[in-house]
Design a protein around this ligand. Sequence first.
Ligand code: SAH
Length: 291
Amino acid sequence: MAQTRIYMNASKSEADALFKLLDARFEEDGLPISVFEADEENGRFEVSLYAEEEDADRVFNEVGEAVATLPDPPQLLREVLPEIDWVAHSLEGLKPVRVGRFLIHGSHDRNLRRIGDLAIEIEAGLAFGTGHHGTTAGCLQAIADLLKREKPRNALDLGTGSAVLAIALARAARIPVLATDIDPIATQVAAENARLNGVGALVETHTAPGFHNRIFAERKPFDLIVANILARPLMRLAPQMANHLTPGGALILSGILERQRDAVVASYVNQGFRHIRTQAREGWVTIILRR
Ligand code: SAH
């Protein structure tokens, strides 16, 4: 499903006023709204609303009507954000991938394992996550870096796909990981992959859109959450991420295009997160935050 960004350029004080106006107006629709500094030198901000393609015209008109009540209404702009075909991506390349100590490989490449590797066997299939995509590799890198310095005790992998990240965490840190996905087929594949990789007892899989499942209340608080979804759902999930993470806990987000970075960081800073680092890979960014 393609998504449209409806946005306007404003000074800091105009942007604050626009945010308040639009936040109140679109609260019920639950549309994500972001404010970020588009031009630091000139102090110009962009206020954006994200709408599904089929709602874009309606939302565009409604935003127009809402801002027309202001003394100096801003010009409204719009752009269609690129669509991503997760399954096509999952079939990309079958060569093994090395990130830090992790080696992600198919069954035909078992012989490439070296001593000291944390080898994870994943077949390209119906669930996304063979390690080839820049977003998966970015998360694996962030996990590898984090585990050098600390040992989380209770982790969540939201949007687990093949469970590649959950397996990496369970294998490297020997901790329980809750692995969830909106797609029941992915959840099935995830459970099977966890078992094949010897961490069936540590990785618990559930089907859930976002945080809509009782299991989250039972298993929270988490001290590490990884979520490789997409910018828009990640922005929408920011308040619940804060609610499920311990203070000081780490959050690794990916599935974000470089130009969406500021908007995503802004939504999390609004929820009391601190931005630690952003890593780029193949046009995608992985953002590391702390609550
Ligand atoms: N974690 C894996 C897979 C990422 S692909 C990796 O890093 O490679 C993104 C996955 O998130 C897909 O399997 C998709 O079904 C799932 N997803 C998308 N939106 C979601 C949502 N709102 N809640 C839970 N899962 C979601």
